[in-house]
Design a protein around this ligand. Structure first.
Ligand code: PLP
Length: 355
């Protein structure tokens, strides 16, 4: 850090993404990517037509992609905001709404970026503890009279709230913004998108990174009442109107046209997750009921750091956390059947050795 950085940002702790090793080939189960490649249609789309005309700026409104999303989710174009990954959408939300005078709450254990954005924008934020079962207690949010950010399913726990709880949270905070981050909803959660017609304070955030195998393309989006969508687009046009490049616009549009391919992949992930949980049970692990493409698990008596390190030595990357409340838990992305079998074999060997 230099002496020139603004006083406001001196203490800022940046988000630390999961490792993305480019050298040794690991079985990579640490950043919740899809183990499956994009659909053949997506691969074709990124090298042809508008995507190939890279001498031109991309279309800033992303009209075709917005219309495709509007059609897919049964809303209007005016309800859609496109972001460079859903991280950028979350950035827009914090920039637009959560300042020092407009308090926001989110769980103590959730997606780490919320806190980073809170620090970046000097938001007045409070981290609400998950209950002893690492669950979000809806009562902590119902009628809270504060802005709210919730990942549903939550990360890194994978536990989802039902639609009726989400509706209670949204309806009981009419003078505050409720952001529901549905990054993992396609793996078994219940989307609250239908509620945007009824509530003018709800922003649903989604991404192409997980269930649609496009983490590298960086495309996320918000669905919200048109007034809120206009606010977020104002931030987009005040920072980077060309936030979705031409290739990614075409890739995302083609992905929406490959729904069958991606829903089949989601079903495979769900099957692999359920089978892996049965293996964990046999190996004496605790794990949380996941509605996502990852499982949060621990083995009592074994430190998270040690298990993480031994797995890495065995060529398998998973995610661990420093937060003392969850430092013995590992977040394990669900990969292919073969990958999960290799992991289960390694866990079996290691827990035997570590007895
Ligand atoms: C992965 C993730 C995101 C970010 O995804 P993008 O790749 O930026 O679209 C947002 N929220 C949660 C909860 C996530 O796990």
């Amino acid at each position: 850090m230099s002496k020139f950085i603004s006083a406001r940002l001196k203490e800022l702790e940046a988000y630390v993404p999961g490792e993305q090793p480019q050298t040794m080939r690991y079985i990579k189960l640490n950043t919740n990517e899809s183990p499956f490649e994009p659909s053949p249609e997506v691969k074709a789309a990124v090298t042809s037509g508008r995507a190939a005309s890279l001498q031109l700026y991309p279309e800033p409104d992303c009209t075709e992609l917005s219309d495709a999303l509007a059609g897919r989710y049964g809303v209007g174009r005016e309800n859609i905001v496109l972001g460079n990954g859903s991280d950028e959408i979350l950035n827009f939300c914090f920039a637009a709404y959560f300042d020092r005078l407009s308090p926001v709450i989110f769980p103590d254990i959730t997606y780490g970026f919320y806190k980073v954005f809170g620090d970046l924008y000097g938001s007045d934020y409070t981290q609400v503890p998950l209950d002893s079962g690492l669950r979000v207690n809806p009562d902590d949010y119902i009628g809270a009279n504060k802005n709210i950010v919730l990942a549903n399913p939550n990360a890194p726990t994978g536990i989802a709230l039902g639609l009726s709880d989400i509706e209670k949270i949204v309806s009981s905070n009419p003078d505050n913004i409720v952001v529901i981050d549905e990054a993992y909803v396609d793996f078994g959660g219940e989307s609250c998108v239908p509620l945007i017609k009824k509530y003018k304070n709800l922003i649903v955030v989604m991404t192409f990174s997980k269930s649609r195998s496009l983490a590298g393309a960086r495309v996320g989006f918000a669905i919200a009442d048109s007034g809120l969508a206009a606010d977020l687009n104002k931030i987009k046009y005040s920072t980077n109107p060309y936030n979705i490049n031409s290739m990614s616009q075409q890739a995302a549009k083609a992905a929406l046209e490959s729904d069958e391919y991606y829903s089949a992949n989601c079903n495979r992930i769900i099957d692999n997750r359920n089978a892996f949980c049965r293996r964990l049970e046999k190996l004496g692990f605790d794990y949380l009921p996941s509605s996502a493409n990852f499982v949060f698990a621990r083995k009592s008596g074994v430190s998270g750091l040690e298990l993480y390190t031994r797995l890495k030595e065995n060529g398998i990357l998973v995610r661990r956390f420093d937060n003392p409340r969850i430092s013995d838990w590992l977040r394990i992305t669900i990969g292919t059947k073969e990958q999960m079998e290799t992991l289960a074999g390694a866990l079996s060997g290691l827990t035997e050795e570590m007895k």
